[in-house]
Write a protein that binds this ligand. Structure first.
Ligand code: NDP
Ligand code: GDR
Length: 374
């Protein structure tokens, strides 16, 4: 039985990857951070009671800022494959916590690689690094592929650039099987609530149920190449099954704007939106309501303003456009994404609407449950 160790197992990708590896018969170990309350919601459905013998899914406390625990866990687990998905992964937050982001996303990767080397496991372990399309930042070529020069535009991207090159360096210096997956944006109903797609599907579902009045957005002109996280973790595993370690771009090859994602999400809720105004004055107005679709709209009328811009969400440096070229992944690994961005958007709205309806029902019966909004 193969053993895998996943950092960031409690995150979006970590949870899908853990499911995938368990379905392939792996023994899966994950590193979770110590928090003052439970933080394992995304993996609770695969959690196994620690008192049961012969568990296939085991969680260990640890942190990428602490070499001592990384070394201890690696020594204890003796994994065949290590997936480094742990990170402070929010680009906007990285401007507020640049040093922490550099420490965890940049040096954290070095700590893990160095622990593998010092334990003499560098010829045995296969290492996957969660690299990112943010490395391309101010794009130098359209679409972006493995050979496109990097131009990072945030402390997050700069930290990830260090991680990218240290992985290449350990591969070249010590003959480690280590690869970078340069993944473009990927989303799902498990996406963190403050990333743009989930903020939209959750926010508009709340608006449709009368739990929020308006969705406040940053730069709606930003263009992204969005895929489904389930498809992308499949590729993370595939990259470690090759004869030789290589880096791959993972993307769909299609790009849309944030505004388009808002329109699709609204349409899934039976709301036709009309955008008016420019820049910070741009608003999204309800142009029509179709109650035969997913839900009725007790809280909405035609003419309501339900989307507006709040400059608070603008970034000091923006990545305006990203579009990936996944040709290498398709040709060498036979990988193609199975879910389109529109299907993914529909799935996300379905899940968020269900939750919003639950909150609305509780409210109707006098149980007010606060809805967290960023
Ligand atoms: P998430 O933000 O959902 O998950 C990040 C994970 O890292 C969480 O489990 C988090 O723990 C953990 N983590 C945060 N800080 C630390 C730390 N100091 N030590 C150990 N673990 C830590 O990200 P995704 O699942 O979306 O992404 C996975 C990886 O892929 C990240 O490295 C991200 O930067 C990268 N990436 C993501 C893309 C995307 O579009 N999703 C695209 C390209 C790259 P906790 O749950 O406690 O917060
Ligand atoms: P990104 O994802 O920065 O690409 O990083 P995010 O969803 O945060 O932003 C995408 C684009 O949408 C614009 N935007 C907003 N973003 C957020 N979060 N909130 C808003 O209100 C908002 N309004 C507009 C942003 O400015 C941006 O242009 C993600 C993360 O998962 C990284 O870890 C990963 O490396 C990259 O994707 C690939």
């Amino acid at each position: 039985m193969k053993k895998a160790l996943i950092t960031g197992v409690t995150g979006q990708d970590g949870s899908y990857l853990a499911e995938l590896l368990l379905s392939k018969g792996y023994e899966v170990h994950g590193i979770k951070r110590r928090a003052s309350s439970f933080n394992t919601q995304r993996v609770d459905h695969i959690y196994q009671d620690p008192h049961v013998e012969h568990k296939h899914f085991v969680l260990h406390y640890g942190d990428l800022s602490d070499s001592s625990n990384l070394t201890r866990i690696l020594q204890e687990v003796q994994p065949d494959e290590v997936y480094n998905l742990g990170a402070q992964s929010h680009v906007a937050v990285s401007f507020e916590s640049p040093e922490y982001t550099a420490d965890v996303d940049g040096l954290g990767t070095l700590r893990l690689l160095e622990a593998i080397r010092l334990l003499g496991m560098e010829k045995k372990v296969r290492f996957y690094q969660a690299s990112t399309s943010e490395l391309f930042g101010e794009v130098q070529e359209i679409p972006q592929k493995e050979t496109t020069p990097f131009y990072p535009r945030s402390p997050y991207a700069v930290a990830k650039m260090y991680a990218y090159w240290i992985v290449v360096n350990y591969r070249e210096s010590y003959g480690m099987y280590a690869c970078n997956g340069i993944l473009f944006n990927h989303e799902s109903p498990r996406r963190g609530e403050t990333f743009v797609t989930r903020k939209i599907t959750r926010g508009l579902s709340n608006v449709a149920q009368g739990l929020e009045n308006c969705l406040y957005m940053g730069n709606m002109d930003a263009l992204r190449d969005w895929g489904h996280a389930r498809d992308y973790v499949r590729m993370q595993w595939m990259m470690l099954q090759q004869a030789q370690p290589e880096d791959f771009v993972i993307a769909t090859g299609v790009q849309y704007s944030v505004r388009q994602f808002i329109e699709w999400s609204a349409a899934e809720l039976g709301i036709t939106l009309r955008f008016e105004g420019q820049g910070v004055d741009e608003v999204g107005i309800v142009a029509a309501l179709d109650s035969s679709l997913v839900t009725s709209h007790p809280a909405l009328s035609v003419g309501d303003r339900i989307v507006a811009v709040d400059p608070r969400y603008f970034r000091p440096c923006e990545v305006e456009t990203l579009l990936g070229d996944p040709t290498k992944a398709k040709e060498k690994l036979g990988w193609t994404p199975e879910t389109t961005v529109q299907q993914m958007c529909a799935e996300m709205v379905r899940v968020d609407l269900k939750e919003a309806k639950r909150h609305a029902l509780l409210k109707e019966y006098g149980y007010e449950v606060p809805v967290a909004i960023e």
